[in-house]
Ligand binder design. Structure first.
Ligand code: OGA
Ligand code: NI
Length: 379
């Protein structure tokens, strides 16, 4: 089998491309396939064995009653316990790269309404959604299935609504009616939480609390609203391929009512990251690993395909980044972290602008290789 055929899943490149185009042209996403009654997973969605869920050492069926993902109480950070919270954040960011944040101050009704609105949008008539379907990155509001459909080796069983919510949010009229009343309110609340988490992370690096925010790490916010329809053959595909996030920081709101599906790649293998009711999940993104000179870890994660027979899973990821459209700043390892403490004594990564980093990430697609490797300095 030639490399091209392998990448194409063992069948002809041209045939694969025409199937991808045909799927994209429906503008109905994976939900459209499910509504049309597919009982098998089309070839373009079939993943190879090595990245499929069947090789996990801890599949979602195994019982992780006690999750390895730390739970951190943000309300304690305002009080006498701040140092302790900084220590917890430091330990989490340096090891598993994820933590569940509770008592973050965002009302439960806002969380559930945000998730409900994403479900409503995706469950509208196909004609309604089709109007928003685009791959034009200049549009602040985009709906599509698989941002990397034409780049990645296999497509994922999910549809996504993107919104560039900061620094300049779209006008309310540009938002689909299903999400209009809640999306900007939720993104405002998420920005407040992110600001508090960035202060804790800055302190955890031994820097002043305003250091990361002052670098512009959360000036921009991309809202990534995911919809994972039920999958007829969940062992053959994924909800989302293994990847690390193209952000400084990600705040993930998970659907408590779904069967889960998010997994992180830790030393012991793939482990479930089940939703904690009312919590927001925080994870370190690639750019924070870069500026922290590798102290904080942007851990690979994936979503297994939805095994439910009738209910979609939804999630809302807030990707905090610099102003992705306009930032010209070069981000490299922070000087204090190269020379002091238990740092490597040298920069592990070269400096990069956010647009350059994102261009690399998007061009590569979710192909299983970490985007950060490209910016690593070989010594
Ligand atoms: C993402 C992501 C996880 C989820 O959008 O980057 O990892 O549970 N999502 O949807
Ligand atoms: Ni992610």
């Amino acid at each position: 089998m030639s490399t091209t055929e392998e990448a194409a899943g063992g069948y002809d490149y041209d045939r694969r491309l025409s199937e991808l185009k045909a799927f994209d042209d429906t503008k109905a996403g994976v939900k459209g396939l499910v509504d049309a009654g597919v009982t098998t997973v089309p070839t373009i969605f079939r993943h190879h064995r090595q990245d499929g869920p069947q090789v996990s050492s801890s599949s979602s069926s195994s019982c992780n009653t006690i999750s390895v993902i730390p739970v951190i109480d943000l309300s304690a950070a305002d009080a006498a316990a701040r140092e302790e919270v900084v220590a917890q954040v430091k330990a989490a960011a340096e090891t598993v790269g994820f933590f569940q944040l509770v008592n973050h101050g965002v009302p439960g009704e806002l969380l559930s309404e945000m998730l409900a609105s994403v479900r409503r949008f995706n469950e509208e008539a196909p004609e309604t959604k089709r109007a928003y379907y685009t791959r034009d990155a200049r549009r602040k509001l985009r709906f599509n299935s698989n941002f990397d459909l034409f780049q990645s080796p296999a497509a994922n069983w999910r549809d996504t609504l993107f919104c560039e919510a900061a620094p300049e949010p779209p006008r309310a009229e540009e938002l689909p009616p299903a999400v209009r009343h809640v999306m900007l309110e939720y993104s405002g609340a998420a920005r407040e939480v992110a600001a508090r988490v960035l202060a804790l992370l800055s302190e955890a690096l031994g820097l002043g609390p305003g250091h990361l925010a002052g670098m512009g790490c959360a000036d921009g916010l991309s809202l990534v609203c995911n919809y994972y329809p039920p999958c007829p053959e969940p062992d053959l595909t994924l909800g989302c391929s293994a990847h690390s996030d193209p952000s400084f920081l990600t705040l993930l709101l998970q659907d408590e009512h779904a069967q889960g599906g998010l997994q992180a790649l830790l030393a012991s293998g793939w482990v479930d990251v089940p939703p904690v009711p009312g919590a927001l999940l925080v994870n370190v993104g690639d750019l924070l690993q870069l500026v922290s000179n590798g102290r904080f870890r942007s851990v690979e994660h994936r979503v297994v395909a939805n095994r439910s027979r009738d209910t979609a899973r939804v999630s809302v990821a807030c990707f905090f980044n610099a102003d992705i459209a306009r930032s010209t700043r070069l981000y490299g390892p922070i000087a204090e972290l190269i020379t002091s403490g238990d740092g490597a004594g040298r920069a592990l990564y070269r400096s990069v602008t956010v647009p350059e980093f994102l261009a690399h990430y998007d061009k590569k697609g979710l192909d299983g290789r970490p985007a950060l490797h490209h910016f690593q300095l070989l010594q």
